[in-house]
Design a binder for this molecule. Structure first.
Ligand code: SF4
Length: 266
């Protein structure tokens, strides 16, 4: 989402964005009324709308496919396996405004990911702490993203990780997924920040000082203990294989480009 120049971005319930004078924010939209109001007249500091639980309502997407204020949307799926076919509703919307889909890695999420990609919708895939069936789907999703010629839109965190391995991006999986509290600030019910701004650094330090496998992990700089949260006992062996596969693909791309550039034109 278009946050490159921002110091921090606060996520607020839609009703609170009008009263937020301090800077940039994201409006969390949970009702059709909030959605139509914010499509028409978002508060001045709102950078985008995070739309939750409305994909099943065709009427709001017909409205979102119109209008002169092109406020971007992040459409969050709750149950990707059940909701995936509703992604077709976003095709017309994406023609008038930047529209991204956030997909949590829950069983069956791959169907939603594949359909979003085929509809050319950018995706933020939230891996959590993948195990079993979800881990299998995550590896398949990465291979699909890395190797299928039909993929033309970014899927985070794969996209930024690949760019980082190629020396074209900097950050951590926390920032690639917009989950680093230094920039992306979420509040609790009392309006206080859920995590301090230095959360990621402290989290990693805590893991290292407690002897977690992060201390000797070759992915420490780019992962910063992402997969050890919230459960610090999560075993990372399979995730490390996945990260190595993405790095290997980045090296293949670099080699392929070098070979292409050194081939004389005939
Ligand atoms: S991959 Fe696992 S062990 Fe390595 S830094 Fe990330 S959370 Fe720690």
């Amino acid at each position: 989402m278009p946050e490159d120049s921002l110091d921090s971005l606060v996520f607020l319930p839609a009703a609170e964005t009008e009263e937020y004078p301090e800077g940039s924010c994201v409006a969390i939209i949970r009702t059709a009324d909030e959605f139509t109001r914010n499509l028409r007249d978002p508060a001045p500091g709102v950078e985008w709308l995070q739309v939750e639980g409305l994909l099943g309502d065709p009427a709001v997407w017909a409205i979102a496919a119109q209008g002169s204020i092109a406020i971007p949307l992040d459409v969050v799926l709750d149950d990707p396996a059940a909701e995936f076919s509703s992604l077709y509703r976003l095709v017309d919307v994406a023609m008038v405004r930047s529209t991204r889909v956030t997909i949590p890695a829950k069983p069956g999420f791959l169907k939603a990911l594949r359909l979003a990609i085929s509809l050319r919708l950018p995706v933020r895939l939230l891996p959590g702490q993948p195990k079993g069936e979800i881990l299998v789907e995550l590896v398949e999703a990465a291979r699909f993203y890395l190797h299928d010629a039909m993929v033309e839109t970014p899927v985070e965190f794969f996209h930024s990780l690949l760019a980082q391995f190629r020396g074209m991006a900097t950050g951590t999986i926390w920032s690639f997924l917009e989950q680093d509290p230094a920039v992306y600030v979420h509040h609790d019910a009392d309006g206080k920040a859920l995590h301090p701004a230095d959360f990621v650094g402290r989290h990693l330090e805590g893991l290292i000082s407690s002897g977690a496998e992060c201390a000797a992990c070759r992915w420490q700089a780019v992962c910063a203990g992402y997969f050890k949260f919230p459960d610090s006992s999560y075993e990372c062996a399979d995730v490390k294989v996945l990260l190595a596969e993405i790095e290997e693909t980045s090296e293949e791309i670099t080699r392929e480009l070098a070979r292409h550039e050194s081939t004389p034109l005939t």
